[in-house]
Design a binder for this molecule. Structure first.
Ligand code: NAD
Ligand code: DAU
Length: 364
């Protein structure tokens, strides 16, 4: 329990958000200011997936500071934490795309494993030196994924926090390793950690290498909509705003050392997701020739080691922290398509240069 009297001072101290210029991190930082009093310091390396345009709405906000830097850089991280004196560190920074991890796993090992290790060590050093009340309130929240649990058959129960870790891709193996490090830093050193494992996010500012923004962008450009394999792989779709509110809830009330699964209760096969997007676009932005966007759907070679089904049992966070998602897939996907239609400049900005090289390599 937070000691009365120190709560106000505590809330005035900043939180440090790593990876806050990426998709979920940026949504989190933007949402934070509508919900919480603490200032935010965002640390981001600005890889191809990080984009300062995502945070443009915070320009001139005295409660937000952006720092460009790498979580693998131990000296930088240590000095930044000493200067900022955060009440919490939230680690979103990661290499996040499964297909890229198959083409080139090294960056995933470096950032997701070594980077998390460096951050944990810097956090531990800082936390140990804090005065007692601040040390008690400090939290290290690590954002992770349901992919660490492996793949479900159609009849398996959804992933709960006690499922075995069985990662199948270089990406999910690197995230699993980072979760294990966080767990060990709590059990061995007592660092007050929290881990969240969530399902597939979608919403504004998602880099168009991921299925939903990729399909919206390609549909509007008259390009084929690539469906891997038979398109019957299932994901449990979570609107990014719901993910952000769940993380705030875990930070505020989660039990130290615990893991919380976060899901949207929205299991859908990929083909159904793509057809839904096509139908929304048919209504909002009909093709010039009047034909349905679904005609652009093309079945392509499957992803190696493609996980068949993910689904989250989000009972623990509902029961213990009273959190449930607000969006259904129908409301979330309508908002999302609308956002991409109204933010064509954002898409145009991120789909140049390096993005074109990636698409050429992946879909040629
Ligand atoms: P993203 O790829 O859109 O953004 C990642 C951000 O991290 C970028 O801004 C990038 O510049 C930054 N970054 C990368 N390497 C860095 C480094 N070494 N130092 C500092 N910054 C670095 O990813 P996302 O989809 O926003 O995912 C955020 C987190 O959520 C990740 O940890 C991911 O594993 C996890 N996650 C994502 C999803 C999803 O559906 N997108 C689902 C579950 C969990
Ligand atoms: O489950 C959480 C994970 O969700 C996160 O940890 C990852 O960071 C995030 O990238 C996401 O992983 P997926 O591999 O599930 O997401 P992606 O958008 O790449 O693919 C979603 C599904 O769509 C998957 O079954 C593969 C399929 N797909 C994807 C692309 C890019 C296609 O059929 N065609 C495509 O072109």
């Amino acid at each position: 329990m937070m000691a009365t009297g120190s709560a106000d001072t505590d809330q005035a101290r900043p939180v440090l958000v790593t990876g806050g210029a990426g998709f979920i991190g940026a949504n989190f930082v933007l949402d934070w200011f509508g919900a919480e009093p603490s200032p935010v310091v965002t640390l981001d390396k600005l890889t191809y997936a990080g984009n300062l345009n995502n945070l443009v709405g915070l320009q001139g906000n005295p409660r937000h500071t952006f720092v460009r830097g790498d979580i693998c850089d131990a000296d930088l991280v240590r000095a930044l934490i000493a200067r900022v004196k955060p009440r919490a560190i939230l680690n979103f920074a990661a290499e996040s795309h499964v297909d890229r991890s198959i083409h080139g796993p090294e960056d995933f090992i470096t950032t997701n494993i070594a980077g998390t290790f460096r951050l944990l060590e810097a956090a531990r050093e800082y936390w140990l030196d804090l005065p007692a009340p601040e040390r008690e309130h400090f939290r290290f929240l690590h954002v992770s994924t349901d992919e660490v649990y492996g793949s479900l058959t159609p009849t398996c129960a959804p992933f709960s926090e006690t499922n075995r870790y069985m990662p199948n891709s270089p990406y999910s193996a690197s995230k699993a390793a980072s979760d294990h490090l966080v767990r060990a830093w709590h059990h061995t050193y007592g660092l007050p950690t929290l881990i969240t494992n969530c399902s597939n996010n979608y919403g504004p500012y998602q880099f168009p290498e991921k299925l939903i923004p990729l399909v919206i962008d390609r549909a509007l450009n008259g390009q084929p909509l690539p469906i891997y394999g038979d398109g019957q792989q299932v994901r449990d779709w979570l609107y990014v705003g719901d993910h952000c509110s769940a993380i705030r809830r875990v930070l505020a009330a989660g039990a130290v050392g615990e893991t919380y699964n976060i899901g949207g209760n929205n299991e859908k096969a990929n083909l159904e997701v793509v057809k839904t997007i096509c139908a929304i676009l048919d209504g909002l932005r009909p093709r010039a020739d009047g034909r349905p966007y679904a005609e652009q759907i093309t079945f392509v070679k499957d992803r190696p080691g493609h996980d068949r089904r993910y689904a989250i049992d989000a009972d623990k966070i509902r029961r213990d922290l009273n959190w449930t998602p607000s969006e259904t897939f129908e409301t979330g996907i309508a908002k999302t398509v609308d956002w991409y239609l109204n933010n064509s400049d954002w898409i145009a900005n991120v789909t140049s240069g390096a993005y074109r090289d990636w698409v050429q390599k992946q879909y040629a």
